[in-house]
Write a protein that binds this ligand. Structure first.
Ligand SMILES: NC(=O)c1ccc[n+]([C@@H]2O[C@H](COP(=O)([O-])OP(=O)(O)OC[C@H]3O[C@@H](n4cnc5c(N)ncnc54)[C@H](O)[C@@H]3O)[C@@H](O)[C@H]2O)c1
Length: 357
């Protein structure tokens, strides 16, 4: 079978660490085109991976390059690039978040269905073997009393600087970079509506940048919450969000923020009558660190805690394998654009709940 020919847009950190190396080595893909606003990155990554077709403009790449699919790893313009790709009949794997607002996400999801192409949001945690194992473990729980999402992200740059020597850009015209940032900023504000205070805009950006991972794994575990009962975004310094979500018979606490450490502190937990189960995620930047599942139960009067490492398989690689399967079989991705939309809607609801009256 011919490999899926891929054009990668955005050749920064996550593309260089995860997507391009895996696309390069997996038999089902061939990276035939790359694109970035930075000429230095296009030349550097293009040379490193012997990519024949190189572009500084995503539209041009989508219109001209010999590609079947676009992998969107840009820092900005996800929806614009996805819509352009869909209009040209290309399949799309788009890094999280799908985009800046529910309205844009709906546009992408609707266009994808109309064109009959695969559009998948790159939520690698949903394809993590530890998460799949957790889903099985929680399925039989009786009387859940609390769920908890806790995600305090490390300082990404410190971790990346330790682990990798990446190619860097830095040669983008400041006008272009500023225009992209301003476009995103306008869209965040439009989604929030009115004249949102700075901490609320900050909280929404954190939600889309980090919390979106947790929303997809939460929904992949327990479905959609019925309502947001409480939410708060801190006003001083970098935003920290706490919230309480209503799941009917139980509540879920939601704690999202950053630290300046090199420790990734991300855990999903559930407390039920007969078990306490937690799933601890590793740094997303370091390959093959397993996600750890801990289960505590009462066994014949004794408290027994087991730790399970389902697999050392990298979740980013599983994600690409799922995308490949969807493109070649016509299967709808587990994390399609409608899923991306629902995550953004719920995150927006949390942040709006935190907004001062
Ligand atoms: N799944 C994960 O765990 C994970 C981890 C990190 C980043 N990400 C996501 O991946 C995306 C990229 O993040 P990053 O950390 O690699 O960012 P980065 O800034 O290191 O790289 C982004 C690159 O995109 C380029 N770019 C921006 N707009 C562009 C456009 N319109 N056309 C072409 N190129 C464009 C920039 O020049 C830059 O080189 C973000 O959406 C981020 O949320 C996901």
């Amino acid at each position: 079978m011919q490999p899926i020919r891929v054009g990668v847009v955005g050749l920064g950190q996550i593309a260089q660490i995860m997507h391009i190396p895996y696309l390069h080595t997996m038999a089902g893909f061939a990276v035939t085109a790359v694109c970035d606003l930075s000429p230095r990155l296009v030349a550097g990554v293009g040379d490193l991976y012997h990519v024949p077709h190189r572009y500084l403009d995503a539209r041009e790449m989508i219109a001209r390059a010999p590609i079947d699919a676009v992998v969107v790893c840009s820092s900005f313009d996800h929806a614009d690039i996805a819509l352009e790709a869909i209009a040209h009949g290309k399949h799309v794997l788009v890094e999280k978040p799908l985009c800046e607002s529910p309205a844009l996400a709906r546009e992408v999801a609707t266009a994808a269905d109309a064109a009959g192409v695969v559009v998948m949001v790159a939520y690698m945690k949903r394809y993590d073997p530890g998460f799949v194992r957790w889903q099985r473990e929680i399925a039989g729980l009786r009387e859940i009393r609390l769920a908890r999402v806790h995600d305090f992200c490390h300082n990404n740059q410190r971790v990346i600087d330790d682990a990798y020597d990446l190619l860097t850009g830095g040669d983008i015209s400041s006008d272009v970079a500023e225009a992209a940032r301003a476009r995103a900023e306008t869209r965040y504000r439009e989604a929030l509506g009115g004249d949102p205070p700075p901490h609320i805009v900050g909280g929404y950006k954190l939600a889309l940048g980090l919390g979106v991972h947790d929303m997809t794994i939460l929904r992949g575990s327990f479905g959609d919450p019925r309502a947001v009962l409480f939410a708060d975004v801190s006003r001083d310094g970098p935003p920290t969000t706490v919230a309480v979500l209503d799941y009917g018979s139980f509540r879920c606490t939601w704690e999202i923020g950053n630290t300046d450490t090199k420790h990734m502190d991300e855990e999903l937990g559930v407390w039920a009558r007969d078990a306490i189960i937690t799933l601890r995620f590793p740094s997303p930047y370091i390959k093959n660190i397993p996600t750890e599942l801990k289960v505590t139960r009462l066994v014949e009067g004794e408290s027994v805690t087991t730790t399970t490492i389902a697999s050392y398989r990298e979740s980013f690689q599983n994600e690409l394998a799922h995308f490949h399967e969807c493109v070649t079989s016509g299967r709808r991705p587990l994390t399609d654009a409608w899923e991306g939309l629902r995550d953004i809607e719920l995150l927006l609801e949390i942040i709006q709940r935190a907004r001062p009256a």
